[in-house]
Design a protein. Structure first.
Length: 275
């Protein structure tokens, strides 16, 4: 049975990473997993904590420390580059995920291993939000159209208008969900998977594709979708695979401004490169 490679990024919160590891080690076939933890903005304290975790678990864990903040997708890139994987003879599945994911499905790996990596180059599973209980996938069914581009151009005018527009959109979505009771869609092709947990098959990399980390945050979904589209690689939503995303709700002006300017910076890159 081929290994499944899982890459996650720790950023100054080893407690969250420990919870992730403990949920993973309880799964059936967890002995087929190689877990890589990138310690972003590593400190002596986080390094020691992760080393203790590595010694205490039966999981096969490799630690990669980076003194610089790699951010999420940059950390995944660092791991792939460090491992220098032989995709033809290596793992059939490569999972890139946040460390605030919990595996709640005992046979998750068994279900994944049963899938054909040639048929499913990229998979977005069911990702339940710990806050709303709703499924975060599919992230997008279709590419951003002209209306979407107008929406983002207005959204990123300034933080004040962005917050108002964001609030109105959230209220509209809440009303839509309550009226129409949106259900989990069936297995099928989608445009973009939610970035907190993306499954790549070795076939994706064998076709010469990689991941784009030329941004700091909030661009995992669109870059993955556009690279796949340009290379005629399908992305599938597979609802039978399930995980939980433990979302930590944060509010406040500083946090909002941080989100706004990082998102705006990323959107500029996406618009210039892909859209």
């Amino acid at each position: 049975m081929n290994k499944t490679l899982i890459i996650t990024v720790n950023y100054k919160n080893t407690v969250v990473t420990k919870n992730f590891v403990h949920s993973l080690e309880k799964l059936d076939h967890s002995d087929t997993v190689e877990l890589v933890i990138v310690d972003s903005a590593s400190t002596p304290e986080t390094k020691k904590s992760l080393q203790i975790l590595q010694q205490q678990t039966a999981l096969e864990i490799r630690l990669i420390a980076s003194e610089k903040n790699t951010y999420y997708w940059g950390g995944v890139t660092l791991a792939l580059r460090t491992l220098d994987i032989d995709y033809a003879n290596g793992p059939s599945w490569i999972i890139a995920c946040n460390n605030d994911i919990l595996f709640t499905q005992q046979n998750f790996l068994e279900r994944l291993i049963a899938l054909d990596p040639d048929k499913y180059p990229i998979i977005g599973p069911t990702i339940y939000s710990s806050v709303t209980g709703k499924n975060l996938n599919p992230f997008m069914m279709n590419p951003i159209n002209i209306i979407g581009k107008i929406y983002y151009s207005i959204l990123f005018l300034n933080p004040v208008t962005a917050r108002l527009i964001y609030f109105i959109r959230k209220m509209a979505q809440k009303l839509f969900y309550s009226v129409f009771k949106k259900s989990i869609p069936n297995l099928g092709k989608i445009y973009a998977p939610h970035g907190s947990f993306i499954i790549f098959s070795n076939n994706y990399f064998l076709k010469g594709c990689n991941i784009d980390n030329n941004f700091k945050m909030y661009g995992e979904e669109i870059t993955t979708a556009e690279i796949a589209k340009r290379n005629e690689i399908p992305i599938f939503f597979v609802p039978d695979l399930e995980v939980l995303h433990v979302i930590h709700s944060s509010t406040g002006t500083n946090i909002w401004h941080d989100w706004f300017y990082r998102s705006k910076e990323t959107y500029k890159y996406l618009k210039k490169t892909y859209l």
